[in-house]
Write a protein that binds this ligand. Structure first.
Ligand code: ZN
Length: 120
């Protein structure tokens, strides 16, 4: 079971609102399955259709457990590109969607299966 601190979820939702209609993307840091921080990736491009994560620019950091990005469409389903990115790296990935409130997000494992993420 993954947990996320409420203040981090709020930060993600605010950043996603600010980025709208473009996508927002960042990496997730966790300790003992508690996501406690987001980390912006150098070289991340915010596109109209998709956030490109340049994972290879990422410094080796074992506190990073996955990624978060927004879907301005509101559809909380990974795209083919998302599944490719999830599969490359990290056990937990979160997609947030419009209207960017505290229930409009979904966690996924690296295979793209929905997994629960509890807000604490
Ligand atoms: Zn996506």
């Amino acid at each position: 079971m993954w947990l996320i601190r409420r203040n981090i979820l709020r930060m993600i939702l605010e950043a996603s609102k600010d980025s709208y209609p473009k996508e927002f993307g960042a990496l997730l840091r966790a300790e003992d399955n508690v996501i406690y921080e987001i980390s912006m990736v150098p070289g991340t491009i915010q596109g109209d259709r998709h956030t490109m994560f340049f994972m290879f620019n990422k410094a080796v950091d074992f506190s990073i457990v996955g990624s978060v990005h927004s879907h301005p469409s509101g559809v909380l389903i990974p795209s083919d590109d998302d599944l490719h990115m999830f599969g490359n790296w990290g056990p937990i990935h979160i997609i947030v969607g419009t209207p960017f409130n505290e229930t409009s997000f979904q966690g996924f494992d690296r295979a793209g299966n929905p997994v629960p993420v509890r807000v604490i």
